[in-house]
Design a protein around this ligand. Structure first.
Ligand SMILES: Nc1ncnc2c1ncn2[C@@H]1O[C@H](COP(=O)(O)OP(=O)(O)OP(=O)(O)O)[C@@H](O)[C@H]1O
Length: 244
């Protein structure tokens, strides 16, 4: 049986009295790739943010391994985030005055993780893995959107997180750049990093082990892709069925 890495249960969240999450349960197994789809406004980003502790829940519990994140003090939660979680957003937020490499090492450097040489070697290895090994010295304004996103993923991987939370990681990219980003995420997943990816793109969701469909702040359906022969068609059919 698979082991739960992340177990969120009974999640409730309202903004100014308007309920957005209505008791969501979500589990991500160790090394699993879970995609979250749903119509605009169905609460996907809110779910991701609440699970990762970037936004406060009204009710519910979020276990990551043996830790209930909702019981942690603010600084403990920040430590758990830095050590065990990585974040990839639609627009990577790299500092514009630092090179890609310096952006990638920055947090580890501030946290005093490893020696300067170790941090640099790790960042260079990640850049090579991402297919942009020759771009470390470039500034964020000197690379394409897809290269920047791949650098953002390298930054998120610097501390070898157990799980990457990705909110529309390919949403701002053309299809070639999106494919490179998706391939990188899938490769990192195959090496053991779990993924929780919010996406509107059926081709992204089709690479997942499981797709969770949200409607109006509730999980409406789940689709296990496993050995599915045509996962894109399976995802598209379920999207039509649940009304995404
Ligand atoms: N900080 C906030 N304050 C008030 N309302 C918010 C806030 N964040 C989200 N909402 C509202 O919560 C609802 C769900 O938003 P959320 O961003 O989670 O949806 P989503 O499914 O990710 O949408 P999309 O696919 O368009 O990104 C929306 O009605 C949104 O307006």
């Amino acid at each position: 049986m698979s082991t739960a890495l992340l177990n969120a249960s009974g999640l409730h969240k309202s903004y100014a009295e308007t309920p957005v999450l209505h008791g969501v349960d979500l589990r991500v197994d160790d090394g699993e790739f879970v995609a979250v789809m749903g119509p605009s406004g169905s609460g996907k980003s809110t779910l991701l943010h609440c699970i990762a502790g970037l936004d406060e829940l009204d009710a519910g519990a979020v276990w990551l391994d043996e830790t209930d994140l909702t019981e942690l003090a603010r600084d403990q939660l920040a430590d758990a985030r830095r050590e065990r979680m990585g974040f990839v957003f639609q627009q990577p937020t790299l500092l514009r005055d630092l090179s890609l490499l310096d952006n990638i090492v920055l947090t580890s450097s501030l946290d005093g993780i490893g020696t300067s040489r170790q941090r640099r070697e790790r960042a260079e290895a990640l850049l090579s893995r991402a297919g942009i090994g020759d771009l470390g010295a470039r500034m964020p304004t000197e690379v394409s959107g897809g290269e920047l996103q791949r650098a953002g993923i390298c930054r998120a991987m610097m501390r070898s997180p157990r799980i990457l939370f990705c909110d529309e990681p390919t949403g701002a990219l053309n299809s070639t750049a999106a494919t490179a980003v998706l391939d990188l995420l899938v490769e990192l997943n195959s090496e053991g990093t779990a993924l929780l990816v919010v996406t509107h793109d059926a081709t992204v969701a089709a690479r997942a082990d499981r797709v969770v469909f949200m409607i109006d702040g509730r999980v409406a359906q789940q689709l296990w892709l496993g050995e599915t022969r045509d996962p894109v068609a399976a995802v598209a059919a379920t999207m039509r069925h649940v009304g995404v």
